[in-house]
Design a protein around this ligand. Structure first.
Ligand SMILES: [Ca+2]
Ligand SMILES: [Ca+2]
Length: 108
């Protein structure tokens, strides 16, 4: 329900802001806006997790971030890590991280 409410609110804001001529293109533009929002959120999340700012998330950094989230496995559970570390080199680059984030799209 939260997802539906968020989607409806985002749509309302977008429709209000969009010029009439742009509304025919509404689904594509909303998708682009949501992708942009997701990319920004993912980018700031990456910056938080990448504690030493070398552009890669190490397992230690992921574990430390997981502990900050209250000790749950979160980003460091094995399946998530393996999905994100696409080239299996033991670190998650920004590109790998963003790729995962952008593939977790809202179901519409
Ligand atoms: Ca790092
Ligand atoms: Ca990697």
């Amino acid at each position: 329900m939260i997802g539906v409410q968020f989607t409806a609110a985002a749509a309302a804001v977008f429709i209000t802001a969009a010029p009439a001529a742009a509304q025919a293109d509404f689904p594509a533009q909303l998708t682009a806006r949501l992708k942009n929002a997701i990319a920004q959120a993912a980018g700031s999340a990456f910056a938080k997790i990448d504690a030493n700012r070398d552009g890669m998330i190490s397992p230690a950094e992921a574990s430390a971030f997981g502990r900050q989230l209250g000790g749950r496995a979160g980003v460091v559970d094995g399946a998530s890590w393996q999905m994100a570390d696409r080239n299996r080199d033991g670190v998650i680059t920004r590109a790998e991280f963003m790729s995962v984030a952008m593939n977790q799209q809202a179901p519409f």
